[in-house]
Design a protein around this ligand. Structure first.
Ligand SMILES: Nc1ncnc2c1ncn2[C@@H]1O[C@H](COP(=O)(O)OP(=O)(O)OP(=O)(O)O)[C@@H](O)[C@H]1O
Length: 339
């Protein structure tokens, strides 16, 4: 048996953000999952916040890469560099007696065992003593205090950057699930293409994300909100400012929201009746940053006739659950690829 001391680390390797959780300390680091690389030398120039600030602003020789795009590991070397960076940063936060930690890494549900092995190898190469993986919806459910080990059905919908993962969990396992390749990133892209089509204006990803967070809604109701945004006029090539409304944004997000609801429906259709009855009674829990989209809970509830709740810390649930899973390492160990 290994001693899982207070320096064990949980990493939520998200498409959009990476969070690091240290047992006994909580979340010690939260940075964008972005790496900037020099294409001529192959050197990693920056990781995290510094690299995110370079998106859209890099000279030809530097590219800002999101190695976890679409919820899968697109580039092994860069992912290793990212894990290495996060473990180093976490050790800075953790005082002088930092030893090789045991590391639990949260991965998207449904990644292959080869991909899981790649994450484990990356963590070991980055300095982990032992590394484990935990699947994202399971970690999200633990992090939102659902009774995952009980013989009762709990449904979690984790809306992240790249994917939405829907799962019904009972007795420590995922019974039914769906992974939809639609999350916050797809919402941003929908806003970009709506504004391009409607106003002949090109806006960047960061502007689209800000619009979504500020006035985005899954259901236009109540007083209309507006926001000024700046982009490049496609006709003149010059910068231009326009005003857009929450109603327009809700229209642009309709398709993305429908895909998420479709994922929830499909999962419910496959769920054994006893467990569906539990979900009907206890409700669906939304986690991930996308859960914060205004009125998304309301629309999902309307479309499924189920009570829907937003988890207490939707952005932190997966990281908290990953860390808490270290407390149940023996149970997790039985289900996981080990390194
Ligand atoms: N207030 C908000 N309203 C709408 N979307 C939001 C809000 N806050 C954050 N988001 C979105 O949530 C997404 C990030 O969520 P999260 O950090 O849970 O994803 P992730 O875990 O990195 O991704 P994945 O689960 O796909 O690996 C981003 O697309 C972000 O724009």
């Amino acid at each position: 048996m290994f001693g899982f001391g207070s320096k064990d680390v949980g990493i939520d390797l998200g498409t959009a953000n990476t969070l690091v959780f240290i047992k006994g300390k909580g979340i010690v680091l939260r940075e964008p999952s972005v790496v900037a690389k020099n294409t001529k030398t192959g050197d990693i120039v920056a990781v995290g916040n510094d690299a995110k600030n370079m998106i859209g602003r890099t000279p030809g020789s530097i590219v800002a890469i999101r190695p976890m795009k679409d919820g899968v590991i697109a580039d092994f070397d860069i992912t290793t560099a990212m894990i290495e960076y996060y473990l180093k940063e976490a050790s800075k936060n953790s005082g002088s007696n930092w030893k090789k930690p045991n590391v639990m890494i949260c991965v998207p549900f449904g990644i292959t065992s080869v991909e899981q092995r790649a994450v484990i190898d990356a963590a070991r190469q980055a300095g982990a003593k032992e590394a484990f993986t935990i699947e994202e919806p399971f970690a999200a459910a633990i992090g939102s205090n659902l009774p995952v080990w009980d013989p009762t059905g709990s449904m979690v919908v984790d809306i992240g950057g790249g994917t939405t993962e829907v799962a019904v969990i009972s007795l420590g396992g995922i019974v039914t699930s769906e992974s939809v390749r639609v999350g916050g990133d797809a919402m941003d892209q929908s806003i970009i293409s709506y504004i391009r089509k409607t106003y002949n204006l090109t806006i960047g990803e960061r502007t689209a994300e800000a619009v979504k967070m500020e006035i985005g809604t899954a259901l236009a109701e109540g007083p209309e909100e507006t926001m000024e945004i700046r982009g490049r006029d496609l006709l003149t090539g010059l910068p231009k400012t326009i005003e857009i409304s929450s109603k327009e944004i809700s229209e642009s997000l309709r398709e993305a929201v429908a895909s998420i609801i479709d994922g929830v429906r499909k999962t419910l259709e496959q769920t054994p009746p006893e467990l569906s009855a539990d979900v009907m009674e206890r409700g669906i829990v939304l986690t991930g940053g996308g859960a914060l989209l205004t009125n998304l809970d309301k629309v999902i509830s309307q479309e499924t006739n189920m009570p829907v709740f937003i988890a207490e810390d939707p952005l932190d649930c997966v990281a908290i659950g990953t860390g808490k899973a270290l407390d149940n390492i023996d149970l997790i160990r039985q289900q996981q690829v080990k390194g």
